[in-house]
Ligand binder design. Structure first.
Ligand SMILES: Nc1ncnc2c1ncn2[C@@H]1O[C@H](COP(=O)(O)OP(=O)(O)OP(=O)(O)O)[C@@H](O)[C@H]1O
Ligand SMILES: [Mg+2]
Length: 326
């Protein structure tokens, strides 16, 4: 059955014009997010995960720019909307939880005040209705004593509680889609798991689509319906089957899986794959992963592989994989 897509990203390319050249942070990626589906995006630091989400919301700031592509949300190309139309979509239809919760919360306002402002602006609630709605949201994200917390400032909350406030704020206008950029890396292991389960629970309850960005493959395996692996601004593997975690196709995915830290170390940003990610300022020939790939053959350094479809619902960008595999 064909999935009913809420978001279709087509051939998205985002570049930064820097003093020493043009950096292609996201290079022609295409993917879909179905209604009520959770899509996980994984890959090492610098592979373009955040730039992808910023591009969707049109929050890429100069010197960065979306150079090509389409972002079809609910049948409408977001790249063709005016700034004003886009502001109405952001926060209301698509919400985002950013990588650094402290930078998105304003330290001089109470958390109640900040969430109230969102619903007054987007939903037109009056003061009393906004307050009641905010307390309800704080309760939904399982913040204890929400009536009291309503009056507190961000610095009075623990990291985990601040992240819950961010989720409450993101859900304030009942969005159709939630984008979470590394919602848990700053938190300890048990709190991480709680936050992810909470997002999953709220997704079911609110009938949302979720795009979740993380370094942590273990986390993704629990909650995602579809996994997208990015490397150097490209999609190298995509699967809507759980078998990506047991039978990865791309050597990069395989390496990522091998480097899942033990539970005790989870949350640390580290992968132990030898070598470095390529310099995106340079013209790179062949497969971007070839210099770090234990299976690389001479032609891998010459021509870049296409992203090819393998069996049902799986794609891989590798010369050596995919033929005759299911
Ligand atoms: N404002 C900017 N100016 C210049 N280059 C940028 C800017 N933002 C991102 N980049 C570059 O774009 C590439 C992709 O960055 P991005 O932030 O999307 O990575 P990421 O996958 O989110 O990494 P992380 O896991 O560390 O958050 C990187 O090479 C980065 O240096
Ligand atoms: Mg990022």
């Amino acid at each position: 059955m064909k999935q009913d897509n809420l978001l279709e990203v087509k051939n998205l390319t985002t570049r930064f014009k820097l003093d020493d050249g043009i950096l292609t942070a996201v290079d022609g990626i295409s993917f879909e997010v179905g209604r009520n589906q959770t899509v996980g995006i994984v890959g090492e630091s610098g592979c373009g995960k955040s730039v992808t989400s910023f591009s969707i919301l049109q929050l890429v700031a100069p010197p960065g720019k979306v150079a090509e592509g389409e972002i079809i949300f609910d049948g409408q190309d977001l790249l063709k909307l005016s700034k004003k139309e886009m502001r109405k979509i952001r926060g209301k239809k698509i919400s985002m939880i950013f990588q650094e919760p402290m930078t998105s919360l304003n330290p001089v306002y109470t958390i109640g005040n900040q969430i109230d402002e969102m619903t007054k602006l987007h939903l037109g609630l009056d003061k009393q209705a906004a307050k009641e709605h905010t307390i309800e949201l704080l309760r939904a994200v399982k913040i204890p004593s929400p009536e009291q917390r309503y009056h507190e400032y961000p610095h009075q909350l623990s990291g985990g509680m601040r992240q819950r406030v961010m989720i409450a704020m993101a859900l304030a206008c009942n969005p159709e889609m939630l984008i979470c950029d590394e919602p848990t890396t700053a938190l300890d292991v048990t709190v991480q798991a709680q936050i992810l389960r909470l997002i999953d629970e709220l997704k079911q309850k609110n009938n949302m689509s979720v795009m979740i960005i993380t370094h942590d493959l273990a986390v993704i395996s629990e909650v995602a319906d579809k996994v997208i692996v990015m490397y150097a601004g490209r999609i190298v593997e995509e699967s809507d089957e759980k078998d990506i975690f047991t039978k990865p196709l791309h050597p990069y995915t395989e390496a990522l899986l091998k480097s899942i830290p033990s539970n005790a170390q989870r949350g640390e940003k580290l992968f132990m794959i030898d070598g470095m990610v390529p310099n995106l300022l340079k013209e790179n020939k062949g497969c971007m992963f070839a210099p770090r790939c234990q299976y690389a053959q001479p032609h891998c350094f010459e021509t870049e592989p296409e992203l090819k479809t393998v069996g049902d619902g799986r794609k891989v960008r590798c010369h050596l994989r995919g033929e005759g595999e299911e």
